[in-house]
Design a protein around this ligand. Structure first.
Ligand code: SF4
Length: 139
């Protein structure tokens, strides 16, 4: 699956959930997106939910800002770095991010980074419109 198709599909799933939560205030919406509730209430939001597995093994994992407003992707590649194409990167160069370097491609690896999963950060960036928060992610 390309980054674009995942991004569009995930944003639509987010919109569908938000359409059900108009009676909740911002803090309640954020609380709804806690992993423990999402696994039970929105099993189709993330493929890991069916295995009751977290993408990051931490307490208080919040899924509201999956993916991450700092992620940048381009399915056609941003540029060539030697003989490899750079397809994604982190706009803030998070110290906890890294890169997958394949034979001909480089991708951002966010496995070690918790930036978008903390509620303090989510509150700072909060909008009920996921696509608005993610507006700089895709080209
Ligand atoms: S490394 Fe962290 S801050 Fe950067 S894009 Fe990935 S999750 Fe976001």
């Amino acid at each position: 699956m390309s980054y674009s198709s995942w991004f569009q599909e995930h944003g639509k799933k987010h919109q569908k959930i938000m359409a059900k939560l108009t009676h909740l205030n911002s803090d309640e919406v954020i609380a709804y997106f806690r992993f423990e509730n999402m696994v039970k209430s929105e099993p189709d939001f993330c493929p890991l939910y069916k295995k009751n597995k977290k993408c990051h093994d931490i307490d208080n994992l919040n899924c509201y800002l999956c993916a991450c407003p700092n992620f940048r992707f381009n399915d056609n590649g941003f540029k060539k770095i030697e003989d490899k194409t750079l397809y994604s990167k982190c706009s803030i160069d998070s110290k906890d991010g890294s890169k997958y370097i394949g034979d001909d491609a480089i991708h951002q690896n966010c496995a070690g980074c918790l930036v978008p999963h903390h509620e303090k950060y989510i509150k700072k960036r909060f909008s009920r419109d996921w696509f608005e928060i993610m507006r700089e992610v895709s080209p």
